[in-house]
Design a protein around this ligand. Sequence first.
Ligand SMILES: Cc1cc2nc3c(=O)[nH]c(=O)nc-3n(C[C@H](O)[C@H](O)[C@H](O)COP(=O)(O)O)c2cc1C
Length: 173
Amino acid sequence: MKTAIIYNSQTGFTKRYAKWIAKSAGADCIELSVAKKKDLTSYDAIIFGSWACAGSISKISWFKSNIDRWADKKLIVFCVGGSPIDNPEIEIAFKQIFNESERKKVKIFYCPGGFSYEKMSVPSKLMMKMFVKTLKAKKDKTKEEQVMLKMISSSYDISDKKYIEPILQCLEK
Ligand SMILES: Cc1cc2nc3c(=O)[nH]c(=O)nc-3n(C[C@H](O)[C@H](O)[C@H](O)COP(=O)(O)O)c2cc1C
């Protein structure tokens, strides 16, 4: 199966997952800005990977606008975020991002990434600063919020190659 992995990454975690998948699946790994200019018709499968941003997925509207054009292809999305894999908010967010019809056409996966304040853009750093401040000020924080606050106060890396396994299995099916 001729497969393209198209990725959008700010600080490198999504790129790392895209490369892991591409190597294991023998697929082409293409950065989003390059993919936008490319003819992708010859691919049997398109895998789009991008990072979680404020409850959504960065640049997901670009992918969604192509779903109908790619009706003949296997379509997979993987989202890389700062949350651990067992965060129940992930499934809730996916249900909001993709409607039922889209979920029939696209298989969606989550891969834990991390936070890299060293590589983050200035606007992203500012957004995170505001988010941390708001969360710190919140009274009666839930357990998840307390864990989250501790995690995002500094850089961390929870990425692991094992998280690509379900994606590879889906590709083979
Ligand atoms: C502005 C901003 C918003 C974010 N929102 C979320 C979020 O809603 N959920 C989440 O799990 N991670 C969130 N993250 C964390 C990133 O998704 C995480 O750092 C990811 O690993 C970045 O991937 P990249 O290295 O490919 O850019 C956010 C990060 C930034 C900078």
